[in-house]
Design a protein around this ligand. Structure first.
Ligand SMILES: [Zn+2]
Ligand SMILES: [Zn+2]
Length: 405
């Protein structure tokens, strides 16, 4: 890549940050406007419209309706044939906001509790800078994705020919992260976020009087054994050097203390970093549930649903992203030993299709993601936007121009 490992920010990155900070007020108010008008997965009509309008204003070629409500802004400069994808997500969550902020959600029961309002504003701030002042040679593809929270937005965009219609040699995305110092960056090579799959389990027994258990097949007792046995998968089947999670988060069955019900329903989430472990969980959960049920004379139905694969960051692109972080934000803002997260992200699908990396930007000491008290930290906005701009200029260097220059 030819990018030197500077310990201080480069002169160009100071110019980029200054220009982005000058226009920052517009993007803070845009972010708060998006926060006030959150939209659920595939219903991001107002948001997508705002994104498309701004991109057009700045000279981007804009394509809408990609994978539902997705938007792609394309900007070509110079003769270079390299192309770069930067992705932001736009959707909100079905959560009742409890922040009490003056710009709190006006859409009852819907809230930007994951900071996708911030991600969208960050990429737009970078988009404006790159269109007005960017020094690059090649093609920029700015990808505004719908429906990250339901796990289907990235897939829908890919099925809609995202990378065929808008070629990208590499693709990068970022997520704000509460509990990490504001504006600090975490880069992880390899698995960075876990896969997430779920199972809906129904244990069918034979109900009856609580006083006559010998005439029943008690699915409540079966469920207790199933839940306990499930814990042996991670402790006894998964390699101790690997990560796996099996969490039963929901159990429903029975109404009264003296009635044995006919059935009990369980819901669980299974997570891992490696495909081999993911396959192991997918095989062991149903097998173990079935065997436990049979051993009690009950019957089990297991509906195992695959969600997202793990987010696997590519080595070369992650090294590049880290180098850009050093140059754009300074060594001090690079989080040492940032660890993988067991949450998940459907950007994983994009990284299966193209090389790239998914980064984490510290949101400071805020409420956690998906909390009704969460808010995106606007202090990140200019830093992350200038990071995107520096990354674009560095990935698509203009002749004679470079981040190092
Ligand atoms: Zn989320
Ligand atoms: Zn999110």
């Amino acid at each position: 890549m030819g990018v030197a490992l500077n310990r201080v920010t480069s002169p160009r990155s100071a110019v980029v940050l200054a220009a982005i900070e000058e226009a920052n007020a517009q993007f803070v108010s845009l972010r708060r406007d998006l926060h006030q008008h959150p939209e659920l997965a595939f219903a991001e009509f107002r948001t997508a419209d705002k994104v498309a309008t701004l991109l057009r204003e700045w000279g981007y070629q804009v394509s809408t309706g990609i994978g539902g409500t997705g938007v792609v802004g394309t900007l070509r400069r110079g003769q270079g044939d390299k192309s770069l994808g930067l992705r932001a997500d736009m959707d909100a969550l079905p959560i009742k906001e409890a922040t009490g902020l003056p710009y709190a959600s006006q859409n009852a029961g819907v809230m930007h509790a994951c900071g996708h309002d911030g991600h969208t504003a960050i990429l737009l701030a970078a988009a404006r800078f790159l269109a007005l002042h960017g020094q690059f040679d090649g093609t920029l593809q700015l990808i505004f994705q719908p429906a990250e929270e339901t796990g289907s937005g990235a897939r829908r965009m890919l099925e809609d020919g995202l990378f065929e219609r808008f070629p990208c040699d590499a693709v990068f995305g970022l997520h704000n992260w509460p509990g990490v110092r504001c504006g600090h960056v975490g880069c992880i090579e390899g698995p960075a976020m876990a896969s997430v799959d779920q199972a809906h389990i129904t244990l069918h027994g034979k109900g009856g009087h609580g006083a006559e258990p010998h005439t029943t097949v008690d699915p409540v007792l079966v469920s207790a054994h199933v839940i306990t046995a499930l814990q042996s998968i991670v402790s006894r089947n998964v390699d101790p050097l690997d990560m796996g999670v099996v969490t039963v988060g929901s159990i429903h069955g029975g109404q009264a203390s003296n009635v044995i019900p006919d059935q009990v329903e369980l819901r669980l989430t299974a997570r891992s970093f490696r495909p081999e472990v993911r396959t192991l969980l997918q095989q062991r959960v149903p097998a173990l549930v079935q065997a436990q049920a049979v051993s009690f004379g009950a019957r089990a139905e297991v509906d195992y649903r695959l969600g997202f694969p793990p987010v696997c960051n590519h080595a070369q692109e992650t090294a590049f992203a880290r180098t850009v972080a050093r140059q754009a934000l300074g060594e001090a803002r690079l989080e040492p030993d940032f660890r993988p997260r067991t949450a998940s992200e459907d950007f994983a699908f994009m990284l299966q299709a193209r090389p790239g990396s998914f980064l984490f930007f510290g949101n400071g000491d805020s409420a956690s993601l998906h909390s009704p008290r969460y808010d995106f930290n606007d202090e990140i906005l200019p830093l992350a936007a200038s990071y995107w701009a520096c990354l674009a200029e560095s990935y698509l260097p203009a002749t004679g121009e470079h981040l190092d220059a």
